[in-house]
Design a protein around this ligand. Sequence first.
Ligand code: MBD
Ligand code: FE
Length: 306
Amino acid sequence: MKHAEIETLVKGFVVDTAKGEIDPRVQQVVVRLAADLFKAIEDLDLTPTEVWKGIEYLSEAGATHELGLLAAGLGLERFLDIRMDEAEAKAGLTGGTPRTIEGPLYVAGAPASVGYARLDDGSEDGKGELLFMQGTVYDGNGKPLPGAQVEVWHANTLGNYSFFDKTQSHFNLRRTIVTDQDGRYQFRSIVPVGYGCPPEGTTQRLLDKLGRHGQRPAHIHFFVSAPGHRKLTTQINIDGDAYLWDDFAFASREGLVPPIEHIASAERVKQHGVDKPFASIDFDFRLNAERDTAPAAEVERVRAAA
Ligand code: MBD
Ligand code: FE
């Protein structure tokens, strides 16, 4: 069938003005996506068996809660970031800390504190390297932002996230830190290890057929927000990871790989009130002021809450 015929067919199926209230946006999107799908079936000469395989695949991915992971692995989430970067550049918004994807593993409701938090519950003491990370949240003019929210979450030494990994304690490695009067935050934690897609899961099964791995380099997630400013969704990477520039979710970015210092001197260990060597990362966040000519930086998305 010709593409023009497919378009006519799809409009006949989808568009029915006779009854009910129409959401024109939904209608527009469904007409477009159905037509694109039908054209792909035609062009690639997909068999009915192949089409049902696809539907069954998506059903299973949904039933096992892997559609968010699939969106990351297909580069869909990264693509949305690229488009948001373009929109912000067009609106004249530059100079902020680079954004990168949220991923599917945020959980709302983590404990909050001012200035400092310890993220880990101590259960991996002796396994993971101790980590201190600290910095300042600045506005677009380089002025520190007291009272900014730094939400942070990361994996444990096995690459797993609390809540999704039920063996971990409630909110392990998840906190909200409100910056102090100088706009500073600091946390103590353990150096995370990279994430790997569940080997038997729907996402990894597809990646296998594409000859791809499902690994992420070690990283730490952040939401940084302050009144009047655009919410920043980002991550930093742990430098030196073998997958640093080979992330299955395409989230590594220039400017988000701060140096990691490994500190072993007895004096500095004592200074920090700890009893063993530790890693230290300094990283400042720069938020852009809210601007109504740019699309909302706050993304509405169903998120877990505990
Ligand atoms: C993660 O930890 C992550 O950040 C993303 C984007 C996908 C899977 C696991
Ligand atoms: Fe992650």
